[in-house]
Ligand binder design. Structure first.
Ligand SMILES: Cc1cc2nc3c(=O)[nH]c(=O)nc-3n(C[C@H](O)[C@H](O)[C@H](O)COP(=O)(O)O)c2cc1C
Length: 215
């Protein structure tokens, strides 16, 4: 692969942020661009080549409002209580809470909500089966977000409506036996570019041959 291609790919991989405050609520998103990104997304792997994914694209304003109200029921008290997480990165958490609160308040205004679903009831699965099921849709969800980002659209993986997913299922006619895995708000982003996030050094979180063994 030519070096210049690698540069572009690495840039997308390192700058696909969770976009909330820079979502452009006023710019319409073409259905074709969603389909184009989903077409790329479903090149992702699935356990046993199961391809049990289904994607619900919600553009209807009344349905987006209903989903946003469900989301806020969970998100508002959760975000007020603060987020958990790694103590060493807690300096970032204030900004995440602020940004997540903004998204919760404005979610109904985001022009497209994408709800990735997968066939199967995933509650109380043993670890190997849960990994197999979630692992058969989350790589595609991330590919979808990467494809969006490379076309000038922002997104954020959210999971906060899942405690009331049954009500979202009723709203969207999702049948029993199908599990919602998140809700991805999608819009064009404002501004030009994003920066890599600050993460712990990879050497600190990578062990070689044994737990906590440095290279
Ligand atoms: C499994 C998962 C669930 C998440 N759920 C939410 C959510 O419900 N709401 C939200 O605003 N962000 C959510 N996020 C986004 C994270 O807050 C975000 O990835 C994190 O703060 C790091 O920021 P970055 O993605 O820009 O690097 C979720 C991310 C993941 C991976």
């Amino acid at each position: 692969m030519p070096a210049r291609d690698l540069t572009a790919i690495d840039h997308v991989l390192s700058t696909t942020r969770s976009v909330r405050k820079r979502l452009d609520f006023d710019r319409a998103v073409e259905p074709e661009i969603i389909e184009e990104c989903l077409r790329l997304a479903i090149q992702a792997p699935t356990g046993g080549n199961s391809q049990g994914w289904r994607w619900i694209v919600v553009t209807d304003a009344a349905k987006r409002l209903a989903l946003a109200e469900m989301y806020r029921e969970i998100a508002t008290p959760y975000l007020k209580a603060g987020l958990g997480g790694d103590a060493e990165v807690s300096a970032q958490q204030g900004r995440v809470i602020d940004s997540a609160t903004y998204l919760a308040e404005r979610l109904h205004e985001v022009p497209v909500h994408v709800i990735p679903c997968i066939y199967g009831e995933l509650d109380s699965l043993p670890n190997f089966a849960a990994a197999g099921s979630y692992g058969s849709i989350m790589p595609a969800m991330w590919s979808f977000q990467l494809a969006l980002r490379s076309r000038g659209l922002g997104s954020v993986l959210t999971t906060l409506h899942l405690p009331v997913a049954e009500r979202a299922a009723a709203l969207l006619d999702i049948p029993a036996g199908v599990t919602q895995v998140g809700l991805i708000p999608v819009a064009y982003f404002t501004g030009d570019d994003f920066r890599p996030a600050v993460r712990r050094p990879v050497e600190e979180i990578t062990y070689w041959n044994s737990w906590k063994q440095a290279r």
